[in-house]
Design a protein around this ligand. Structure first.
Ligand SMILES: *Cc1c(COP(=O)(O)O)cnc(C)c1O
Length: 387
């Protein structure tokens, strides 16, 4: 399909004939100002405050998880989850090569080493088939019941599938496989708030799930994150180490393990609460746009990525697959020149200097997607919001 036709269609969808069209902008149409002013009036702007607690309750309601812990950002939520899962110095963590760099960085920050396993082409998330093949060929279970990488001799402590652009990975199969190999699952659900797999919210299948509320995500609070879990002990530990591991006492400072200052401030939580109130409307609005894109690309040589029949995606970033790498580059060049913001999918983790030495299995699907995928404008369109 001619790039000009696509650019014209995007302009039509955003009712923007000439101006710049961003990839994803936040929309503040609810109680954001009111709640923010509340926190200032109350003086509770930092890590203790009513909105932090309310935010955690709302995250439980939305995801169906028993416990939610407010965290300062999505990367910190991932890092803390590594610590909670027992990832220690020299342990290995399986993740996908096709992800935002924060996933791999969190592994490294915990002292771990990422191992990259391929994605599925349709979900763009970790492939259960590739995972099973890797574990079967490359690992053994030792006398203590730990999964050991035969090549490196290291313990594979965790696995972090990521729900790419809000499309759920085949998470139930991934969790089953990891269970058989005694590997803890941490879901990187940073992009998939409002996305469901077989009726259950993403992030609630593994022992831990993490979310991000960064400025470019479906809902934002400036910067923010969350951890969800159904395990009470893990939840308590998460809250403890995210708040400097302080033992409660009327006035003394005692800390019983290495702690972090990772709690979300009340200011951000106020914004998060106001945004979460609008989550359903945002996702509905984004799904209408995705539907229009799907119809537009139908029957063309460009594939618009849709949700699988057993999942519901939030369509955080709409995704198209160009026929080849040359056409991907031509489209990126033309659209950005014409002030319609588009972006390629991330460069694979195993190409980055700090992770190029990490082990990886066959990654043909990740490479195939890397050469072809482009994200197109996906913001909530206020003119079409149900009030
Ligand atoms: C946004 C994002 C993160 C990090 O979240 P921050 O809040 O920006 O730290 C982690 N993983 C993925 C896949 C993301 O898209």
């Amino acid at each position: 399909m001619n790039p000009e036709r696509i650019i014209d269609f995007i302009r039509k969808m955003f009712q923007e004939a000439e101006g710049f069209i961003p990839l994803h902008t936040p929309y503040f149409g609810g109680n954001e100002k009111k709640y923010l002013l509340d926190t200032i009036d109350s003086t509770f702007v930092s890590s203790v405050g009513a909105y932090v607690t309310q935010f955690e309750k709302m995250m439980c309601d939305i995801t169906g998880a028993k416990y939610a812990i407010a965290i300062v950002n999505g990367t910190a939520a991932l890092h803390l989850s590594m610590v909670l899962a027992g990832v220690g110095y020299g342990d290995e963590v399986i993740t996908q090569p096709l992800t935002f760099v924060a996933t791999a960085n969190a592994v490294a920050q915990a002292g771990g080493v990422p191992v990259f396993v391929d994605v599925d082409r349709d979900t763009m998330g970790l492939s259960p088939t590739a995972l099973e093949a890797f574990l079967q060929a490359e690992t053994i279970i030792n006398a203590e019941g730990q999964c050991i990488n035969k090549t490196t001799g290291r313990h594979i402590a965790a696995c972090v599938p990521m729900h790419t652009f809000g499309f759920p990975a085949r998470i139930d199969e991934i969790v089953n496989i990891c269970h058989r190999y005694h590997i803890t699952v941490i879901e990187d659900a940073a992009e998939s708030l409002g996305s469901y797999y077989k009726g259950r919210h993403t992030g609630t299948f593994g022992m831990l799930g993490t979310f991000s509320f960064n400025g470019n995500k479906t809902v934002t609070c400036g910067g923010g994150g969350a951890i969800v879990t159904n395990d009470e002990t893990v939840a308590r530990h998460a809250k403890h180490i995210s708040t400097t591991a302080k033992i409660p006492h009327a006035y003394e400072f005692t800390h019983d393990e290495v702690g972090y200052n990772y709690r979300m401030p009340n200011l951000n939580a106020a914004l998060a609460c106001a945004q979460l109130e609008q989550l359903d409307a945002f996702v509905e609005n984004k799904r209408v746009l995705a539907n229009a894109y799907a119809q537009f690309f139908e029957g063309s040589d460009i594939q618009f990525v849709g949700e699988l029949s057993d999942s519901t995606a939030n369509y955080w970033l709409n995704t198209i697959i160009l026929p080849d790498h040359v056409q991907q580059q031509v489209f990126l060049e033309m659209s950005n020149m014409r002030r319609v913001m588009t972006r390629p999918i991330w460069k694979l983790m195993n190409r980055l200097p700090m992770y190029c030495h990490c082990q990886h299995g066959p990654i043909g699907n990740a490479e195939w997607l890397e050469a072809r995928v482009v994200n197109i404008p996906s913001s909530v369109r206020p003119n079409f919001l149900e009030k």
